[in-house]
Design a protein around this ligand. Structure first.
Ligand code: FAD
Ligand code: EPU
Length: 339
């Protein structure tokens, strides 16, 4: 266990706070021992720290999830069931699946983070969501040490949402393993997202393989999103808001070019928050070392020495402005960590 550790390299925003303690977790048993030994110490589970914003030092122990292992449980001609331990790197799992020709997660290539965090907000990108390949999630209760198993239906997955993200469940369950079902024979890649199709057209690819799709997604992501190794960020800072179609119609009287997407819910549409923030004039703005990315207004960045509070102050200003301009309340996607 490390004492008085800087968390700068444990979060992609690069916020320089300290934790009293940090433990590298290699097994579920180790989690249980820590809960037994330190029942009253505040605990924070951390994967790659790519969706957190630290607001101050963490007075407690960080459990850095490094539980590794991929195990094929069952295989038929058509599909494969695979158990993946939570400390595996998400993108490495995607590339493992692509290499072995197992379909279902290739559109989710290059999303930062660990496998154990993927169910947390039901990671999604380029026309896919992880909920579509999750069979079940294996957890232990962080107070009682009891194991608890969630079938897909019990996870209440939605857009950037799951049961694990509910305020009452924050920090309650340690996700140590996820069971996936991936596809083999007869699987058809999903290239419905316009940007993927554009890349494939440019490369003259007519019957894309899993690898072609993953590479197209990687291309798009690298051209649009800042690399956290170069500029601190946590991807989209806010969720894309859902609004009623009546409200959209009213807003389009003032903003006729406001884009929107279907949600699958009757009379509800999704508005790209990046467009709202961009149109409101925030793109590329910088306040000290906290800023709004110059290519993607939904991404807030740390140019070096910003604190979590600097980033949060900027986010608060944006929330107020978007509320004033469009009467839409933005909800952060990033998890604020304070102790
Ligand atoms: P962390 O940031 O370490 O943790 C996030 C939260 O989950 C924290 O509250 C933490 O306490 C909790 N947690 C972590 N591990 C566990 C566990 N094992 N059990 C229980 N709770 C846990 N997300 C998308 O959905 N789509 C994208 O396209 C996307 N693009 C991104 C691009 C960039 C450049 C970046 C930096 C981020 C992006 N994200 C995206 C957000 C992020 O990658 C995902 O949310 C990812 O799943 C976070 O994983 P992590 O391991 O880094 O989580
Ligand atoms: N837009 C602007 N200006 C901007 C940014 C975006 O006008 O500065 C417009 C774009 O032109 C486009 C629309 O907004 O019409 C959507 O933009 P983009 O395709 O870049 O996607 P997004 O809605 O900003 C979402 C996810 C991403 C995911 C991509 C691809 C959320 C909150 N974000 O971004 O996820 O990778 O779609 O599927 O849903 C994340 O969650 O961290 C994340 C990066």
């Amino acid at each position: 266990m490390l004492k008085n550790v800087s968390l700068k390299k444990y979060n992609t925003f690069g916020i320089d706070v300290k934790a009293d303690w940090l433990a590298e977790i290699d097994s579920v048993e180790q989690v249980l021992t820590i809960i037994d030994d330190l029942p009253d110490m505040p605990k924070l589970i951390l994967g790659e720290g790519s969706n957190v914003l630290f607001l101050n030092d963490f007075k407690g122990i960080v459990l850095h999830n490094n539980i590794k292992g991929i195990k094929i449980v069952e295989e038929t001609e058509n599909d494969i069931i695979v158990d993946v331990n939570g400390g595996e790197i998400w993108h490495e799992f995607v590339m493992w699946a692509v290499k072995n020709n197992y379909g279902g997660i290739e559109n989710l290539a290059l999303i930062p983070g660990k496998v154990g965090t993927a169910p947390m907000q039901n990671i999604g990108a380029y026309g896919a969501e992880v909920k579509n390949v999750i069979e079940s999630v294996y957890t232990v209760n962080m107070k009682t040490c009891e194991p608890k198993f969630f079938f897909n239906a019990a996870c209440d997955f939605g857009y950037r949402h799951s049961v694990f993200k509910l305020p009452e469940n924050k920090g309650k369950y340690f996700i140590h393993k996820v069971r996936f079902k991936l596809y083999k024979k007869g699987y058809r890649v999903n290239t419905t997202y316009g940007a993927i199709q554009n890349v494939l057209n440019r490369k003259n690819i007519i019957n894309p393989s899993l690898k072609d799709v993953a590479e197209a997604v990687i291309d798009i992501r690298q051209s649009k999103l800042p690399d956290p190794k170069v500029t601190g960020n946590a991807g989209s800072f806010f969720k894309n808001p859902y609004i009623k179609i009546d409200k959209l119609k009213k807003l389009q009287e003032t903003y006729p070019d406001m884009p929107f997407y279907p949600t699958g819910q009757k009379d509800i549409v999704k508005i790209p928050a990046g467009w709202l923030i961009d149109k409101a004039g925030w793109k590329g703005k910088r306040f000290g070392d906290a800023g709004v990315h110059h290519k993607q207004a939904l991404v807030l960045v740390n140019y070096g020495k910003a604190t979590g509070k600097d980033i949060k102050n900027l986010a608060d200003k944006i929330i107020t402005d978007i509320q004033d301009k469009y009467d839409i309340l933005l909800q952060p996607e990033v998890n604020f960590i304070k102790s």
